[in-house]
Write a protein that binds this ligand. Structure first.
Ligand code: PEP
Length: 248
C-alpha cells in the first residue's frame, strides 16, 4: 500500500529566526518518518539539527544531475546525503518555468538522486492553458514518462511523484477532489505500466493550495497519498494540522 506523506516546500522563504520558531513550536503526533520539509538550501543543515527531535526529515528543493566539479551554484546530492538530507524535489513547476528545466534534465537528476540514495520527489503538472485546451492527461503523463526513462527501483520508497497543477500553486485555487483524483488515477495506471506491481505502492502526492480546511477531502481520494504544500506549511500550527490529517 502506498504510504501517506506530508511534505512542506518552503521555497525561498523563512528567516533563520522563523525557522527556529517553527521547530520550537512544532508538535507532531504519529510521525512515521512521513513528515518532510524542504527549506531553502542554506537552511538545510539548521533544519536537520532542529528537526531531529520531531523526527521531521529534511531535503532540498533542487539537486544537481552531476557528481561534483565546476557546476557553480548547484546542490550536490552526495553532500546533501552526507549532512543527513533525505530527499530532493525535482522538476518543481517553478524550476521548469523560471529555469527552463527540461524533462531530459529532470530525468538525469532523478537518476543521480536514486544512485546516491536520495529520494526524488518528481513534480509534474499542467498549466491553465494546457488544461483549458484539454491537454491535462497528455502533458502530465508525458512529464511522468519522460522523467522516469530508464529509472530502475528496488522498492517503492525510492521515488515519490507529486501532481501539482500549475494553476493551483500559490493561487488559492485548489483542484477539486474529483479533478485531482482523475489525474492521480491516470498517474497510477502509468506507474503500473512502467514499474509493474511496484507502481501500485509508489506514493502520489497532490500539491496546489492544500490547507487544513481542504486536506481531508483530498486525502480521502483513493490515489492521493499525501500533499506537497507551500504556503500552508510555513507555520508550525498549520503544518501540524496537515500532518495530523495523514493519520485520519
Ligand atoms: C508548492 O510549492 O509546491 C505548492 C503547492 O505551493 P502552495 O501550497 O502554496 O500552492
Amino acid at each position: 500500500m502506498a504510504k501517506t506523506y506530508m511534505i512542506g516546500n518552503w521555497k525561498m522563504n523563512q528567516t533563520l529566526a522563523e525557522v527556529e520558531s517553527f521547530f520550537a513550536n512544532l508538535s507532531l503526533e504519529n510521525n512515521q518518518n512521513n513528515f518532510w520539509i524542504s527549506p531553502q538550501t542554506l537552511h538545510v543543515q539548521k533544519c536537520i539539527t532542529l528537526g531531529a527531535s520531531t523526527g521531521i526529515l529534511i531535503g532540498s528543493q533542487n539537486c544537481s544531475d552531476q557528481d561534483y566539479g565546476a557546476y557553480t551554484g548547484e546542490v550536490s546530492t552526495e553532500s546533501l546525503i552526507e549532512m543527513g538530507g533525505h530527499f530532493s524535489l525535482v522538476g518543481h513547476s517553478e524550476r521548469r518555468a523560471y529555469y527552463q528545466e527540461s524533462d531530459e534534465f529532470i530525468n538525469k537528476k532523478i537518476k543521480k538522486s536514486i544512485e546516491k540514495g536520495l529520494v526524488p520527489v518528481l513534480c509534474i503538472g499542467e498549466t491553465l492553458e494546457q488544461r483549458e485546451a484539454g491537454d491535462t492527461f497528455s502533458i502530465v503523463l508525458s512529464q511522468l514518462k519522460n522523467g522516469l526513462i530508464n529509472i530502475k527501483l528496488n522498492n517503492e520508497a525510492e521515488l515519490i511523484v507529486a501532481y501539482e497543477p500549475v494553476w493551483a500553486i500559490g493561487t488559492g485555487k485548489t483542484a477539486s477532489p474529483e479533478q485531482a483524483a482523475e489525474v492521480h488515477d491516470k498517474i497510477r495506471e502509468k506507474l503500473r505500466e512502467i514499474f509493474g506491481e511496484l507502481g501500485e505502492d509508489i506514493s502520489i502526492l497532490y500539491g496546489g493550495s492544500v490547507k487544513p480546511s481542504n486536506v481531508a477531502t483530498l486525502l480521502a481520494q483513493k490515489n492521493i497519498n499525501g500533499g506537497l504544500v507551500g504556503g500552508a506549511s510555513l507555520k508550525s500550527e498549520s503544518f501540524a494540522e496537515l500532518c495530523a490529517a495523514c493519520s485520519l
